[in-house]
Design a protein around this ligand. Structure first.
Ligand code: NAD
Ligand code: TYD
Length: 352
């Protein structure tokens, strides 16, 4: 596809979005990058402080479910392309409150598809890039990998809402010819991740010497990817991917939760100057997540073979970089965990 130069990134104040916005604003000084975000509990403009004054960057606070606002935004900016990350993203929250996931992840995506469809003329040179998750494929046993041909089998309200949005994006490709591309990525980790997710939650609890809540038997397996490797993959797929295609993105980096938490505890002990083994003593096995998917593992060979992508940061280095970032940015952690976070934490971890 042709090189687009006015790009809308939705959800750019969140975890992955902020890394993508930073990458694109710095890498493409001639583009106009518009970051649209509703600034929910998960969105934070502090994540983008270092680039907020760049001339090629604009922030718009808006909700993707607001159809009039999205139509107006498309009319004003004449976007060449869109990279859609805005979403409710946490599985546990989707179990306690599915409706906000339906609204943002499904309805919000259709609102954006409609805005693109009505403003993009004959669609030439345009691109609608939908960022999704490997969780749409359901769960794996001890062996095997998700490929782009794996049948969808979502099990949580979160993954069902993302699966639904993926289907709708594909439906707009087949029905209206909207130029779309989708990627499905494994678990990301790194700086600016909200401490409801496994690694930053554990890091924050280790700092405060609080219990480390491991769900079930701790043998659930995830494939972890350094967030900047994901942002690079998105940039590559946005520019080089083929319309109508799906690309799986993964780190080839599987960990059982308990092994990952052990590794993190050891790194934290070292960084905090605590006695070896002391953080491991905080581990507490707690009630399992309902419908907990046993194992995710991605086959990313299509992306590797067709577009030449591969992860650059390996697990040991990434874990250390992540732990160090949180310890160097305790102000950020304190600010995002004050207020509503306390209420969420109580409800999630102390109620039956
Ligand atoms: P996040 O929760 O950190 O950020 C989501 C962002 O979307 C926040 O800035 C939030 O304010 C914004 N947002 C939420 N509802 C909105 C609305 N109605 N209108 C406008 N903005 C809204 O999520 P993340 O981890 O950065 O994930 C980003 C995307 O990547 C999501 O689509 C998610 O499904 C996908 N994904 C995430 C992972 C992962 O490991 N985190 C893996 C694969 C795919
Ligand atoms: P999470 O970071 O919520 O990502 P996802 O559910 O999207 O994979 O969880 C990663 C894994 O860690 C998952 O198997 C659930 C588990 N987990 C815990 O054991 N304890 C926790 O407190 C959290 C948040 C997650």
């Amino acid at each position: 596809m042709s090189t687009s130069n006015t790009i809308l990134i939705t959800g750019g104040a969140g975890f992955i979005g902020s890394h993508l916005v930073r990458l694109m604003v710095n890498k493409y000084p001639d583009y106009k990058i518009v970051n649209l975000d509703a600034l929910t509990y998960a969105g934070n403009l502090e994540n983008l402080k270092d680039i907020e004054d760049k001339p090629n960057y604009t922030f718009v606070k808006a909700d993707i479910t607001d159809a009039d606002a999205m139509q107006e935004l498309f009319a004003v900016h004449q976007f060449d392309g869109l990279i859609h990350l805005a979403a409710e993203s946490h599985v546990d929250r989707s179990i306690s409150n599915p409706m906000s996931f339906i609204e943002t992840n499904i309805v919000g995506t259709v609102v954006l598809l409609n805005a693109a469809r009505s403003h993009w003329g004959d669609f030439s040179g345009k691109r609608f890039y939908h960022v999704s998750t490997d969780e749409v494929y359901g769960t794996l046993g001890e062996t095997g990998f998700f490929t782009e041909d794996t049948a969808y089998d979502p099990r949580s309200p979160y993954s069902a809402s993302k699966a639904s949005s993926d289907h709708l994006v594909r439906a707009y490709y087949h029905t209206y010819g909207l130029p779309v591309v989708i990627s499905n990525c494994s678990n990301n980790y790194g700086p600016y991740q909200f401490p409801e997710k496994l690694l930053p939650l554990m890091i924050n609890n280790i700092r405060h010497e609080k219990p480390l809540p491991v769900y079930g038997d701790g043998k659930y397996t995830r494939d972890w990817l350094w967030v900047e490797d994901h942002a690079e993959a998105i940039d590559l797929i946005y520019h080089k991917g083929v319309n109508g295609e799906t690309y799986n993105i993964g780190g080839n980096n599987e960990w059982k939760n308990i092994d990952l938490v052990h590794q993190l505890c050891d790194v934290m002990d070292e960084l905090l100057g605590r006695a070896a083994g002391s953080s491991r003593e905080l581990i507490t096995f707690v009630k399992d997540r309902p419908g907990h998917d046993r194992r995710y593992a991605i086959d990313a060979s299509k992306l590797q073979n067709e577009l030449g992508w591969g992860p650059k940061i390996q697990a040991e280095e990434g874990l250390r970089k992540t732990a160090s970032w949180y310890l160097e940015n305790t102000g950020w952690l304190e600010r995002v965990t004050s207020g509503a976070y306390q209420e969420y934490y109580e409800k999630q971890y102390t109620e039956d």
